[in-house]
Design a binder for this molecule. Sequence first.
Ligand SMILES: [Zn+2]
Length: 510
Amino acid sequence: MAKGTSNAISPTRNEDYAEWYQQVIKAADLAENSPVRGCMVIKPWGYALWENIQRELDVLFKATGHKNAYFPLFIPKSFLEKEAEHVEGFAKECAVVTHHRLVQSADGTLIPDPEALLDEPLIVRPTSETIIGATFAKWVQSYRDLPLLINQWANVVRWELRTRMFLRTTEFLWQEGHTAHETAEEAQEETRRMLDVYAHFAEHFMAMPVVRGMKSAAERFPGAVDTYSIEAMMQDRKALQAGTSHFLGQNFAHASGIKFQSREGTEEFAWTTSWGMSTRMIGGLIMTHSDDDGLIVPPRVAPAHVVILPIIRSEETRGQVLEYVNQVAAELRSRSYEGRPVLVEVDNRDTRGGNKQWEWIKKGVPVRLEIGPRDAERGTVSFARRDRSGEKMDVPRAELPDRLVAVLGEMQEGLFERAKSFRAEHMRPIGSREEFFAFFTPKNAEKPEIHGGFAVSPWCGDSKCEAEIKEALKVTIRCLPLEPMDDGGLTRCVLCGGEKKETAVFAKSY
Ligand SMILES: [Zn+2]
């Protein structure tokens, strides 16, 4: 932290939310821009976060009967052409491979060899329904082969013109689940089950409260019959779609020829689903929990739970301090938190104590322990938690492991509660068109960048009303919530005054 300022991140959230977001990523050393426009380098602290997300999700997927597999990065163009809506949805953002060899041209530069033009161009997968569908068509012969429950961990490419680290990048990491079922009901059940898995993951591990709901027709995944999503509120009150689950009906089964012999001996098309969650979740985590001093990471997904910072005052006491630090680290590592060993970092670098402190604050590690010669003598540690700035206390070494595990639990719960009350403050039923427009107009807010929230309002079901507010306010229907929500008991569409068909959650979004 520079002298004279009160926060580690400049600008603050209130000053410039978008820039604050970029600065938090930089200060926490999560990722950086790469030489390839729109693609990022995920650095060790950011990648460790992703590994934790991946591990916890993987456990949940396997517990619901899914198996991991891997499919090719390239999709023949003709595969993508098979599903009309799907191709329309993705064609505008596809990277295309046309050659398989380079040659040196007369001026010495490398050019694609005209002799090596592919008969059929290959698309770098933007998503894998079509290639996995073609494979499922071979794997599925009889009703006995169903359900087929597959997940893939992979990277995908969608050529984005305006990118933002973690939220929207040309290449990103994700998982995509793909399943095939005997009946529509089973496939619908699967779609909802995975939505619930995502909601549980977001709330339990990421401490990120979400609204579960169905997308309106206009916001559906290209080629899906129904799309469901979980929607979280960021600190600028915009929504982040944090995971989606699609009921694909028989659309992709028809396109890919996924057929099976039924129990009655007839030939039927399978019913399929797909569902995905990506590195976007890290962007969501940053914007849900972080503050003007940098990142805050919920303990359940933290790359480290605690960092120990030895304070070396003199060469005489160095050995004593480091020995004590190693003992404390070993004691903590022998304890478990949420079924895994406590993750301890020891920062032995020879840099000034104050700088080190701030580095770890900005990285969002849940607990920091400072240990100097006096602590070694007295058998204590100086204990500071990331969610309570400025508070430090001396804790006797014997009490430390229990205290640490308790604090991690408290922090996880506290972050979730804080995010829930933030959302509650900025989510409300709105019944009148005037109020709706006022709610979403930036200049009505003290900080124009941070305004609005979630409007829970009646909707007539007509896509014209959706199109109007998208155009006028950049507001969309985030979802038609699955659980009952307070919509003020209103019965007329907030936009046209027509008869209410659905209660919808409206918001601006990432
Ligand atoms: Zn309407």
